[in-house]
Structures are given as structure tokens and as C-alpha cells.
Ligand binder design. Structure first.
Ligand code: GRG
Length: 300
């Protein structure tokens, strides 16, 4: 199986689990318009990379996919809430996401804000549910990891730094270190967290957790550099979003500062970091290794 086939098969599993949240799950009782907007944000076209990372990391520690799917779906709820809010006129003002109208475009702004709020809260409702994992210690660790990766010192903080650079006056442009910091908070933290949550489900020891964190952190960094390259050079027919959007918004990216070639060199170094971090797991980490290659060379 190629990595693209594995990703597609995992996406099918996760999509079915996500769709069920609106049928038998906690979102079933929400008002119809809000529910439709949450469904719009959550379903329909995402690659489901973060859920795959949860499932594949859990698998390293012999956790069956069925026992990791709820955790994987919680991470995707957070990711999709962040996209719905990021697309709002007050933030990135995007009209197209995953080749479809963004949530605020398909509904309206207040519905998109509330749909994001609903997904954010839903993620923690899923993690706190004993059906997700019978061990309360595991559940509380999952909640803590996801809260800190997605909160004010993680994704939300990274988004705040990003928007501040873009929208407020500064005496000097951001340095590569500034960009690295905001990107690792905004994008890297959730990707790295998805990996570590799989290790928590598998009750991995501290050495293994450290190795998974090193992999997740290199992967998250690679993901963001690849995203910047895609913004600069990607084909909108494949990426499902406007090209050169970051430049149009005046966002500083590493592609601007370093140029595409240096970014590609750094991507190759990060792939090597991922390989080194996964070395202790041998052949059982093949899919995670392939994920690193996919992230560094992706076209969507
Ligand atoms: C609004 C709190 C808040 C946070 C927003 C993640 C984020 C923070 C904004 C998204 C903006 C963006 C395009 C960031 C680049 C990295 C990224 C998250 C890309 C989209 O993720 P993919 O490629 O998307 O995994 P799919 O559609 O496949 O799920």
C-alpha cells in the first residue's frame, strides 16, 4: 500500500466516526443550523493527517485503530474549528477551503464562530467520555495534552502572534526565529500533540514519548514549511485554496525570507530528523516515516 492509499483508508474510517457524532454522538442534539455548520466544517475533504498520526502512533504501542478513533476524531474537531475561525473575515478572510465555500461563506459569520466553538468544546467532551478510554488517568492526560497544544500557549497563541505581525504596526519585520516560533505554536503544536496522544493511549514509556515528541516536532515544522511552499507555488486546483494568499495578506513566511531552495533543503533535513527519531521503532514505524515524506513533498 502506498502512503496515499493508507491515508485515504484512514480518512474513510475517521470520516465515518466524525459523521456519527451528528447522528448518535454528542452533537446530535444541537440546533439544526449550528449542526449543519459544524458538519460543513468537519466533513468533506480534509486529508485527516492529524487523526492518522494518532492512529499510527497508537499502533506502534499495539493499540488497535478502533481504540484510538475517538481520540483521533477529537484532534480533528480542534483542527476543523481552527480552520473555520481562521477563515473568518476578522482573521484570514478566506472564501474557499477544501475546494468548497468556507463556513462563514456557506452560512454567516456568527454561525461560523459558533460552529467553531461547538467543535472546540466537542473535542473535550469526546476525550472526557469513558467510552474513549476506560482509564481516567489516560483520559485526563489526553485532555491536558490537547488543551495545552491548542490553547493560548499553543495554536491559539500562534494564531495571535501571526495576526499581530500581519495586522499591527512593527518597527521591523519578523526574523526567521519569530516566524519559527509562531509557526511551531500555530501549526506544529497540534501535529506534535496528535503523535503524543497515540503514545499516551499506548502507555508508552518516557523514552518512547521523547522519541515521538522529537518526530512530531520535526514533522510539524516540515508541515508548515511545505504549507508555505504550497501557498507560494501550489496549484489551487489541487490545494483547494487560493494561491499566494499569504503574500497578499502581507504574511511573512520562511519562503519569503529564505527562498524556495533553502526551504526544500530544510525540509530534507527535517525528514532526516524524523527518520532518526523513529529509528528505535524499526519497521513498525514505516507508515509514520512515509507520513514524513508525504508532508515534505505534498502538493495539497
Ligand atoms: C483560529 C485559533 C485559530 C487558529 C487557527 C491552524 C490555524 C490556526 C490556521 C490555519 C491557517 C493555515 C492555512 C495554516 C497552515 C497550516 C495548516 C493548518 C494547513 C491546513 O491543514 P491541512 O493541510 O488541511 O491538514 P486539511 O484540509 O487537509 O485538513
Amino acid at each position: 500500500m502506498t502512503f496515499a492509499q493508507t491515508l485515504a483508508a484512514r480518512a474513510e474510517q475517521i470520516d465515518a466516526r466524525l459523521a456519527n457524532l451528528f447522528v448518535a454522538g454528542p452533537a446530535a442534539a444541537s440546533p439544526a443550523r449550528l449542526r449543519d455548520a459544524m458538519r460543513h466544517a468537519l466533513l468533506g475533504g480534509g486529508k485527516r493527517l492529524r487523526p492518522l498520526l494518532v492512529l499510527e502512533t497508537a499502533k506502534l504501542f499495539n493499540v488497535a485503530a478502533e481504540d484510538a478513533l475517538a481520540t483521533a476524531s477529537a484532534v480533528e474537531c480542534i483542527h476543523c474549528y481552527s480552520l473555520a475561525h481562521d477563515d473568518l473575515p476578522a482573521m484570514d478572510n478566506d472564501e474557499i477551503r477544501r475546494g468548497r465555500p468556507t463556513v462563514w461563506k456557506a452560512f454567516d459569520e456568527w454561525t461560523a464562530v459558533l460552529a467553531g466553538d461547538g467543535l472546540l468544546t466537542l473535542a473535550f467532551e469526546i476525550l472526557a467520555d469513558p467510552a474513549t478510554n476506560p482509564d481516567p488517568v489516560v483520559r485526563s492526560e489526553l485532555v491536558l495534552l490537547l488543551a495545552s497544544a491548542s490553547g493560548a500557549a499553543g495554536m491559539v497563541g500562534g494564531q495571535a502572534l501571526d495576526l499581530a505581525w500581519e495586522k499591527l504596526d512593527h518597527n521591523a519585520p519578523p526574523t526567521p526565529e519569530d516566524i519559527r516560533q509562531l509557526q511551531s505554536m500555530k501549526t506544529g503544536a497540534l501535529i506534535s500533540c496528535a503523535c503524543e496522544m497515540g503514545a499516551v493511549l499506548g502507555r508508552a514509556n518516557e523514552d518512547a514519548r521523547r522519541a515521538i515528541r522529537a518526530y512530531g516536532s520535526a514533522l510539524g515544522y516540515a508541515f508548515q514549511i511545505a504549507d508555505d511552499l504550497l501557498d507560494a507555488e501550489g496549484d489551487p486546483a489541487i490545494t483547494g485554496k487560493a494561491v499566494a494568499k499569504d503574500k497578499a495578506l502581507g504574511k511573512a513566511t520562511l519562503v519569503d525570507l529564505w527562498g524556495p531552495q533553502r526551504c526544500r533543503d530544510v525540509l530534507a533535513e527535517l525528514q532526516a530528523d524524523c527518520r532518526n527519531a523513529l529509528a528505535p521503532f524499526g519497521a513498525s514505524a514505516t507508515t509514520l516515516l512515509a507520513a514524513a515524506e508525504f508532508v515534505a513533498t505534498r502538493d495539497r
